[in-house]
Structure formats: C-alpha cells, structure tokens
Design a protein around this ligand. Structure first.
Ligand SMILES: CC(C)(COP(=O)(O)OP(=O)(O)OC[C@H]1O[C@@H](n2cnc3c(N)ncnc32)[C@H](O)[C@@H]1OP(=O)(O)O)[C@@H](O)C(=O)NCCC(=O)NCCS
Length: 143
C-alpha cells in the first residue's frame, strides 16, 4: 500500500488459497480523496484461472471500496480480447463507459473501459468481512 504526497494510491492485495499465493487484486488511482474513485486490476496464476476466483476477489475488492472506504465508483479496463476480465466486470455489475486503443507489445489493440457505482454492485451470495477499514480510510485521507 502506498500513497504519495499528491494523493496517488496503490493498494495491491495478495490472494491466497490454502495459504498459497495465487494472485493479486489491486486498486489504484490519483487523488482518491478528491475523486472518490479507484481503478481495480487483477491477475491470477494460470492454474487458478477459470474457477470463479477472479469474480470472488473482484467482489471482495468492490466491497472494500464501497462498504469499507465509501468510494463513489470503481473503474476497470480490459483489452477487447480479454473475455475473462470483461466477463468478470459484467458479472460484478460494471457498465461499459467507452472504448479506446493502446499499444500492446507494439500492436495497436482495442480497450474497453468500465465503471461500477455502489447501486449497481452485484454482490453474489458470499458475505465479505472487512478488517482495518477505518485505519485505511484515515491513511488515504477519506476519514
Ligand atoms: C482476468 C482474471 C483475473 C479473471 O479471473 P478468473 O478466475 O479466470 O475468472 P472467473 O472464473 O471468475 O470468471 C471468468 C468468466 O469469464 C468467462 N470467460 C473466460 N474466458 C472466456 C472466453 N474466452 N470467452 C467467453 N467467456 C470467457 C468465464 O466463462 C466466466 O464467466 P461465467 O462465470 O459467466 O461462466 C484471470 O483470468 C486472469 O488473471 N487473467 C490474466 C490476467 C488478466 O488478464 N488480468 C486482467 C487485466 S485487465
């Protein structure tokens, strides 16, 4: 977890299953106290993909964003051909806000941008327990 003097935030949480580190789920962005929004980003090790874990960890991070930090929105972006990432965003309730293009290994590639606000959050059945949110809010200037 870092926060620069300009208010740029980087929160990278480790995902563990049975004690083994299997991926990361992050939230990043500038001036979180002013914008009250962060961008979520994630990856899972190849053997752990496609089993619903990406959806679960994104839901946990969105619960932290809305219930723990009181953010107004989270955003995400995915390469157009990243079906798993796009599908996770859709399942969790993110709405498409636009499209663009960026270079991926030197090749112009389509990108899709998403946003989720608290009212649109599709939580699923699993309760999420959050610890340390008050301290985190204080550290991020959101208290
Ligand atoms: C993106 C990522 C975190 C998703 O996690 P995951 O555990 O694989 O995702 P889930 O199993 O929870 O859900 C994937 C969904 O995408 C769907 N999906 C996956 N590949 C697909 C494909 N080629 N076409 C259509 N749908 C696809 C799955 O069917 C599932 O949807 P469903 O539950 O409706 O069936 C993971 O795949 C990953 O780490 N990928 C590599 C890194 C990456 O791309 N990170 C995101 C950068 S934007």
């Amino acid at each position: 977890l870092t926060r620069t003097v300009d208010g740029d935030v980087s929160l990278e949480l480790v995902v563990r299953r049975n004690g083994q580190v299997i991926g990361m789920q992050g939230m990043n962005g500038p001036d979180v106290a002013g914008t009250r929004r962060l961008e979520t980003g994630s990856w899972l090790g190849l053997p752990f993909q496609g089993q619903g874990l990406g959806t679960r960890m994104r839901r946990m991070m969105c619960a932290l964003a809305f219930d723990g930090l009181g953010l107004d929105a989270v955003t995400s972006s995915a390469w157009e051909d990243n079906a798993a990432s796009r599908r996770v965003s859709e399942k969790v309730g993110y709405l498409e806000t636009g499209r663009g293009q960026a270079e991926r290994r030197g090749v112009p590639t389509g990108e899709v941008f998403f946003e989720l606000q608290p009212g649109g959050f599709v939580r699923g059945d699993e309760p999420v327990r959050i610890m340390g949110a008050a301290e985190l809010r204080r550290f991020l200037g959101l208290a």
